[in-house]
Design a protein around this ligand. Structure first.
Ligand code: FES
Length: 95
């Protein structure tokens, strides 16, 4: 089965995860025991806000919920809500 590589950069390590297409980014990081913060998992608390590089086609653009919670300035800087990102291609996350 096809898998997709997620690169997770922390202050002292670089981890590579392999996930299935459509995997939820937050859940993938939690399952890999990475220090990903979260509370609600439904796009309300913004605890899972992280900066990421998402190449075109690797995930849907920021949702209405993300735009409302984060604002266009943070979205433009690359911030997303990990619980709202479903992986469709390789991407990099900065924890
Ligand atoms: S965990 Fe609350 S917005 Fe993602």
């Amino acid at each position: 089965m096809e898998t997709i590589r997620i690169t997770v950069v922390t202050s002292d390590s670089v981890e590579e995860l392999q996930v299935s297409p459509g995997a939820n980014l937050l859940m993938a990081m939690v399952q890999a025991k990475l220090p990903a913060a979260f509370m609600c998992t439904t796009g309300k608390c913004t605890a899972c806000r992280v900066r990421m590089d998402i190449p075109s086609g690797s995930a849907a653009p920021a949702s209405e919920t993300e735009r409302y919670r984060l604002g266009s300035e943070q979205i433009d800087l690359g911030y997303r809500l990990a619980c709202q990102v479903y992986v469709q291609g390789p991407l990099t996350v900065y924890l």
